[in-house]
Design a binder for this molecule. Structure first.
Ligand SMILES: [Zn+2]
Length: 154
């Protein structure tokens, strides 16, 4: 053992919220703050942190194995915890997105591509899981390098 004991206690009860976002270190503190403070979740949510965030849920034609794995993980949380609220966050300058070929998208503008993909995921999830309300957010930074997270443009 190193350091002081943690102060966090194991949570009891249940959660009906799942969040999915990218693992880019530059945004982790802001994502955490946004989920816990701005959305007032106080740690009461399941979380999937994967490169590109919700992107893999859209990659059926190009990388079906990514889509399959991500869908399986998503379904696991959705069914195990009877998820009713899904929070999807994309972020500015996502390197994983840049590794994806442009032809997968109808726009060359990165933010527009990301927001189109968010919408695709929302439509698909709501069709298969009508009980789940899907919220879409986009994280960027301002001139003072503070992270801003706002609803994605649909
Ligand atoms: Zn990213």
């Amino acid at each position: 053992m190193t350091g002081d004991p943690l102060t966090s206690k194991i949570r009891s009860g249940g959660t009906e919220t799942l969040a999915i976002h990218c693992g880019d270190f530059r945004f982790q503190a802001a994502f955490h703050e946004f989920l816990n403070r701005s959305l007032n979740l106080n740690g009461n949510y399941d979380l999937m942190v994967i490169p590109g965030g919700p992107l893999s849920l859209t990659l059926f034609e190009y990388l079906p194995e990514y889509q399959r794995a991500t869908s399986k993980w998503f379904r696991f949380f959705a069914e195990l915890h009877n998820i009713k609220r899904l929070i999807l966050i994309q972020h500015q300058d996502c390197a994983f997105y840049r590794s994806m070929p442009d032809h997968l998208h109808s726009s060359s503008d990165l933010r527009q591509r990301q927001e189109q993909d968010l919408l695709r995921v929302k439509e698909r999830v709501e069709k298969e899981f009508p009980q789940i309300a899907v919220e879409l957010y986009y994280a960027g930074w301002d001139a003072t390098e503070h992270v801003i997270i706002e609803p994605a443009r649909a």
